[in-house]
Design a protein around this ligand. Sequence first.
Ligand SMILES: [Zn+2]
Length: 208
Amino acid sequence: MNLDRVFQNNELWIKEKLALDANYFDALGKGQNPELLFIGCSDSRVTAEELMGLGPGEAFVHRNIANMVSGTDLNVMSVVEYAVVILKVKHVVVCGHYECGGVKSAMQSADLGILNPWLRNIRDVFRLHKTELNAIEDESKKYERLVELNVQEQCVNLIKTAAVQKAYRDRGLKVHGWVFDVHTGKLIDLRIDFDNILKNIMEIYHLD
Ligand SMILES: [Zn+2]
């Protein structure tokens, strides 16, 4: 990749934006008011804004390997706190994707160094849903299902946080679990029944 291209693209992009709205960057410079926090995978195919058709200022974004929401990860926890408490986003999305290398690695037993503790969180998802997953004989179907269940469990991890619980109660913050199908480009809403999950886990995780 010729990086000069990136700067040429940037100049073109500025021209395009200004042609549509001469005040575009003045408005951007004034601040942000995104309604959505998007937590996705670092995978280069899962492009957040582009696949949702959103522009600058519309989504607060965090990406890491396999779209994990780990309570001990200061990075993702800071993003969630800032988006929910300060920016007051209305929706929090965890978006997984099929063909996720992070999820695939967690299904294998290779030693991947510093990635081991990170991927262990996905192995924990496998353990939680072992009965369902082991009943799936087709390996690629099992892999797809683990991608979906991982999204679900990361949404549950969001619900375990005080910031999300408070915003859910006070102003109806919504948590969504989505999967991006890299084979078709389609964004799939897993329609996870959070009210039900919440009822079941609040007894253990409620924070006030
Ligand atoms: Zn991935």
